[in-house]
Design a protein around this ligand. Structure first.
Ligand code: BGC
Length: 372
């Protein structure tokens, strides 16, 4: 006798037959994967909303890695509906609404404006669609958050500035700070992490926030800083990411600065890695994209398929947003990327081949640091 039949027999004795039969029916359907199962199988649609294209990581790494992982987790039956907001919060609100209208099964969201997007998150939730915040902590009732340790990113950058300054670190070394977008909570964390290292050790001569993380805006702000301070009086530039570091270096060159100060970055953009090889950029922060994007895909699929134990195992950290406390999260560690560890980071992880980094123009510089 099956356990279900046995329970029916007991129930009949207890005169509660109707209730128990219903309970057995649900149990059997769930066990056999029948139609009454409360969760989905492999034929699912995952919405992915990324914030912009001016910085290369999203289209080059985040999206393709995520898509590939969803496919492999769902025996190639799951689909990814992808939209990029091109740094516009309004556009992202429309893209999010479309995914709700399309009734995707789950949404993975990298917010342009973490505060403004909360309304859209609430609508998705009300429509029964879980939302997982990706990289930037969106406000509103999100189910979970996956990102890098963003405070650590800033600390790593700040420490690199001090290391590059060496003996010149001290109250009188003059720094320009090029921070990220004010609508991106990560930018605040990067800045706080960097300042935890720099405060009291350098003079912050100029500090800018950069709308939409736009490289050309960082370039314009840097030109202004050079005008105000004098190109040769800038001892180091804290740039929160590589795209902006490119703009900063352009502005320094345009102003005729030949002995470039150390400039920081983040993302391990290919152009930045080349600038590190040639000595134009001091460092970047390597964030292992596969770890973030694959974990996001696993979280999304586990949530839709109702695999709660796996979901919980993927989100053992806890973070607070301005609207919600104790959000289940995973924070991935990061690595400082300099001339000395290109091989053991981006090359070893298969992000770039040496031949991609070391094109003809960089062959001599690559050889000089033993990259071949
Ligand atoms: C990301 C960075 C990126 C920046 C600009 C931040 O939220 O964490 O990796 O460079 O946005 O897109």
């Amino acid at each position: 006798m099956s356990s279900c039949m046995r329970r029916i027999a007991i129930s009949v004795a207890a005169s509660t037959m109707t209730l128990s039969l219903a309970a057995c029916g649900v149990l059997d359907a769930a066990q056999s994967g029948g139609e009454a199962s409360p969760t989905k199988g492999d034929d699912i649609t995952v919405g992915l909303l990324l914030p912009e294209t001016a910085n290369t990581r999203y289209e080059q790494f985040d999206y393709p890695i995520f898509k590939q992982k969803v496919a492999s987790l769902t025996r190639h039956q799951g689909k990814v509906e992808y939209a990029n907001a091109e740094a516009s919060a309004d556009k992202q609100a429309e893209q999010l609404q479309k995914m709700v209208d399309d009734r995707v099964d789950v949404i993975v969201l990298d917010a342009v404006d973490a505060h403004a997007v909360a309304e859209g998150v609430r609508k998705a939730k009300a429509a029964g669609i879980p939302v997982i915040a990706y990289d930037r902590l969106a406000e509103g009732p999100i189910d979970a958050y996956i990102s890098f340790d963003n405070e650590l990113v800033g600390e790593t950058q700040g420490r690199a500035v001090l290391e590059a300054l060496g003996d010149r670190a001290g109250g009188s070394a003059r720094i320009v700070m090029m921070n990220g977008s004010p609508t991106d909570p990560n930018a605040k964390q990067f800045k706080a992490g960097a300042l935890s290292q720099l405060n009291g050790k350098v003079t912050i001569a100029k500090s800018y926030d950069t709308e939409g993380w736009k490289p050309e805006e960082a370039e314009a702000n840097m030109a202004e800083a050079i005008n105000a301070i004098g190109g040769d009086n800038i001892d180091a530039v804290y740039s929160a990411n590589d795209g902006m570091a490119g703009g900063v270096i352009k502005a320094l060159k345009a102003a005729g600065v030949t002995d470039l100060p150390p400039v920081t970055g983040q993302d391990a953009d290919l152009e930045a890695v080349r600038r590190i090889v040639s000595g134009e950029q001091y460092m970047s922060v390597y964030k292992p994209y596969p770890q973030e994007a694959e974990a996001a895909a696993e979280m999304a699929v586990a949530r839709v398929q109702g695999r709660d134990i796996q979901f919980d195992a993927l989100t053992e950290d806890k973070v607070d947003s301005p609207t919600h406390k104790g959000i289940p999260a995973q924070l991935v560690p990061v690595v400082s990327l300099t001339k000395s560890n290109i091989e053991s980071t981006v090359v070893a992880d298969g992000i770039y081949r040496v031949s991609e980094i070391c094109t003809d123009a960089y062959a001599a510089a690559c050889a000089a640091i033993g990259l071949r």
